[in-house]
Design a protein around this ligand. Structure first.
Ligand code: ASP
Length: 337
């Protein structure tokens, strides 16, 4: 009898653990930047952006539903957005002051706390895939410029002519800013470099693991060599066992507050719900310093937060019940499905 009990108990515990593990419902949240200026939006742009966000969510969702890791969902969703010229990442990236597209990206695997990041590349078609290759196929976490591009070549990442990233809309955006600067317009750094459109994703997979990733062209009219928060692990991107974040906004302030890491640390150590932790950093700490923007955050129970303090943040999410939501402005949803 004793032996039987000894056998039955562990088997029952194992069965329970198995049931619990199987109960994790995948969740995916993506953003396409918080630099939405409502007065400048047209219904065509809104329609195109929502269609692209839906495509990206579906790309990530099929990974999660096939039982693939959160990292795969994050990568797939971001590649869709990088390829879409409506967003400030890869094709459609903003221009530097001297007319180049310099791209940054990072990715983080929450369970293993592994990370990869790339900054200032000009020929990598999908910088998020290079960030992932740096994480998985090099001994490093971060690589920049020509060294990162040389590594990309050795691991078979697709390289393109820099002209591939050029879009007329972004070029005109730079020309307008340069003309305003020349006319001596008293614009703040923020005004000259508005229109964030960075893309990012956070995911929770069926095994309960989290991942986060972010990709960007940075800020319009940035100086050659400027690096924002997006490729900085802990600033623009963070994932650990309990929490995953991808940020978008005025990068300098996100670096100064270690924004993505701060959100997860508040959640873990102060035991703040993810929504409270995210709001504290994004809507209180960053604006207090003079910055703005938004973020998406996800905890291991599938709770979502999407705070922003701009006119809007392009965003979409697959909730725990398998429903997909897409939104741009604050009045479109309560933020928590
Ligand atoms: N955070 C990005 C940067 O500063 C910009 C953005 O989110 O749109 O490079």
């Amino acid at each position: 009898m004793k032996t039987l009990r000894r056998l039955v108990l562990p088997v029952t515990l194992l069965a329970c653990a198995g049931t619990l593990a199987a109960e994790v419902k995948p969740v995916l949240v993506i953003h396409g930047g918080a630099g939405v200026v409502r007065a400048e939006m047209t219904s065509e742009v809104e329609r195109d952006v929502k269609a692209a966000l839906t495509r990206a969510i579906e790309a990530g969702r099929s990974e999660l539903e096939a039982g693939k890791p959160a990292l795969d969902a994050v990568t797939k969703a971001i590649v869709v957005l990088e390829d879409d010229p409506n967003f400030n990442a890869a094709r459609g990236a903003v221009f530097t002051h001297d007319g180049r597209n310099e791209l940054d990206a990072s990715i983080m695997d929450g369970a293993a706390q592994r990370a990869g990041a790339v900054a200032g590349v000009t020929t990598v078609r999908n910088p998020i895939t290079l960030a992932r290759a740096i994480m998985e196929r090099s001994k490093h976490v971060m690589m920049v410029g020509s060294g990162a591009e040389a590594f990309a070549k050795t691991v078979g990442i697709t390289l393109v002519d820099p002209a591939y990233f050029h879009t007329e809309r972004r070029w005109q955006q730079l020309q307008k800013t340069l003309a305003e600067e020349k006319a001596g317009a008293a614009l703040s750094d923020y005004e000259t470099s508005r229109h964030f459109g960075t893309v990012g994703a956070v995911a929770l997979d069926r095994t309960g693991k989290l991942a986060a990733g972010t990709s960007t062209g940075g800020m319009n009219n940035k100086r050659h060599g400027r690096v924002g928060d997006s490729p900085i692990i802990g600033a623009g991107t963070w994932a650990d066992e309990r929490c995953a974040v991808s940020a978008t906004g005025w990068g300098e302030f996100y670096i100064r507050t270690a924004a993505a890491h701060s959100i997860c640390t508040r959640h873990a150590l102060l035991k703040e719900p993810i929504a409270k932790a995210a709001v504290e950093v994004i809507n209180n700490q960053i604006p207090r310093l003079g910055g703005d923007g938004g973020a998406i955050a996800l905890d291991r129970d599938g709770n979502i937060a999407m705070p922003f303090n701009t006119d809007g943040m392009f965003r979409a999410w697959l909730d725990r019940n398998g429903a997909v939501h897409v939104a741009i402005y604050a009045d479109e949803s309560a933020g928590t499905p």
